[in-house]
Design a binder for this molecule. Structure first.
Ligand SMILES: *Cc1c(COP(=O)(O)O)cnc(C)c1O
Length: 480
């Protein structure tokens, strides 16, 4: 059979346009998979030298398998690239790992060991940071509705910065700090009217979202951002360190960050003109994209850092202001591709789908997890890919949909992918790039215990979060 014949035979008209037929189905795209993942000679996927069958036997399925080496090298890549690019401008950057993307005490320690700081957004995340022994000075606290308890807890820990989200919260933080005889270090979270995703960004004057203080002035009145600056500078119990913005997520192009930086730097110049105060810090947020499927081409941290440094340097020069200390808050881009989820295949079905006047096949591959361990496909329509992990296969490819075990027809793990047509019950399947916003958004839907998190590094695997047991499921049920 010629290549064209093979392609014609396999290409499914009901597959989405972006999904191409892999020419080497057993190959693992290094942009999507963690470093240290490969296929053994026998065809099985291994990570850090460990075959997935061994991991499945030891830790069960489903399981999140995180490459410690990958996580650490991504953390260092952001740290080093941004430090290098910004060193001549402001001495370097502070990288805050966005803990909401994935956090447990072990990972918080990796973050600290690699010289990163940690962003939190709840009392629980602060508690985790404390348990991991993270110095309060290296923490940030986010959130649009922080409780008095959370603000107090942050101050107890000697927090490095509270990112203030509203005028009311500004007063609340000022009041709590005043009552305790403290000065609270704060940033103001502003909405610069820039919203970015993948390759595009939109710029608007007014942002229709719950976070931040608007920079837009209405009917000639001072904007919420201006009011907040005035109020912050008037409160002796507040130390206004600088400004913050976070413009979106899964962003590939530096253009949106650059535009947001320019707007905030312009605002810093206007604060200097109005108040004679030079703000020392500017946080440009997170949102750097990763590859979930073959169509995603994320840029290297080096490239992003260079492009952003060029814009920041130029804008500060033009505005005649000192370059503030820059910070960034990557989450997904550090942890996202460090992890894959290992599942076991349970059942298979071939469904016939009408398309035009013809009928085509779609293979449903049911695995032993689903929306309880990865709700992103259901929540956001997120795309993933999957690979047959316990062996390689030369069988023809079948357009497949990997689905979970939950009582919900939307329970999809990978909506569209090509898998070998000989996949059968008992095979292990791996879904890459599940490090960010999967475990943290997981649930006990259908009384399903949450899977364990297993860290692998240099031929060794260890549990860093154990899986839930049936006992765990009833711990809070007071009448059982
Ligand atoms: C979510 C969030 C981040 C991290 O976003 P990623 O897309 O994971 O990089 C950083 N900063 C703030 C304020 C956030 O809300």
């Amino acid at each position: 059979m010629s290549t064209t014949e093979k392609t014609q035979q396999l290409k499914s008209p009901i597959a989405p346009e972006w999904l191409t037929l892999p020419t080497e189905p057993n190959e693992l795209n290094p942009v999507i998979w963690a470093e240290g993942v490969s296929r053994s000679e026998a065809g099985e996927i291994t990570i850090a030298g460990l075959p997935v069958s061994e991991l499945a036997q030891r830790f069960g399925t489903p399981a999140y398998i995180i490459s410690e080496d990958h996580f650490r090298s991504r953390a260092r890549a952001f740290r080093d690239a941004f430090n290098e690019a910004f060193a001549p401008l402001c001495g370097g950057v502070d990288v805050y790992y966005a803990g909401k993307s994935f956090l447990c005490t072990e990972v918080a320690r990796w973050v600290a060991e690699e010289g990163l700081r940690l962003d939190t957004c709840s009392g629980g995340e602060l508690a985790l940071a404390a348990r991991a022994g993270i110095d309060g000075v290296k923490l940030g606290l986010h959130g649009n509705n922080k409780s008095d308890n959370e603000i107090n807890r942050a101050l107890d820990m000697g927090i490095g910065r509270i990112v203030v989200d509203s005028l009311q919260e500004l007063e609340r933080v000022a009041e709590i700090a005043r009552g305790r005889g403290l000065t609270a270090p704060i940033l103001l979270r502003l909405t610069p009217g820039v919203h970015a995703e993948t390759h595009e960004f939109i710029a608007t004057a007014h942002e229709d979202q719950k976070f931040g203080l608007s920079m837009a002035s209405v009917n000639g009145n001072p904007s919420a951002a201006e009011q907040a600056v005035d109020a912050a500078l008037a409160h002796p119990s507040l130390e206004l360190l600088g400004l913050h913005c976070h413009i979106g997520s899964q962003i590939f192009s530096p253009d949106g960050f650059a535009l947001a930086a320019e707007k905030l730097l312009g605002f810093i110049a206007s604060i200097r003109d109005r108040h004679g105060v030079s703000l020392k810090e500017l946080d440009l947020g997170g949102g750097y994209g990763i590859a979930y499927t073959e169509v995603d081409h994320p840029q290297e941290p080096k490239h992003l850092a260079k492009a952003m440094a060029a814009v920041v340097g130029e804008a500060c020069q033009r505005l005649g202001i000192d370059v503030p200390r820059i910070s960034i808050e990557p989450g997904r881009a550090i942890v996202g591709s460090s992890t894959f989820t290992l599942y076991k295949v349970g059942t298979l079905k071939t469904i016939h789908v009408e398309h035009g006047t013809d009928v085509f096949e779609r293979r449903y591959v049911s695995v032993d997890g689903g929306m309880s361990d990865n709700p992103r496909p259901v929540l956001y329509g997120a795309d993933y890919s999957a690979a047959l992990a316990s062996r390689s296969s030369e069988a023809p490819l079948a357009l497949s949909r990997v689905v979970g075990r939950h009582c919900e027809s939307g329970d999809i793990v990978v909506k569209d992918t090509y898998l070998p047509s000989d996949v059968e019950p008992g095979d292990l399947l791996a879904v890459p790039a599940t490090g960010a916003y999967c475990w943290v958004l997981g649930s006990n839907y259908n009384y399903t215990p949450r899977p364990p998190v297993v860290a692998v590094s240099r031929g060794e695997a260890r549990l860093i979060v154990r899986g839930e047991t049936e006992e765990d499921l009833f711990l809070r049920d007071v009448s059982c």
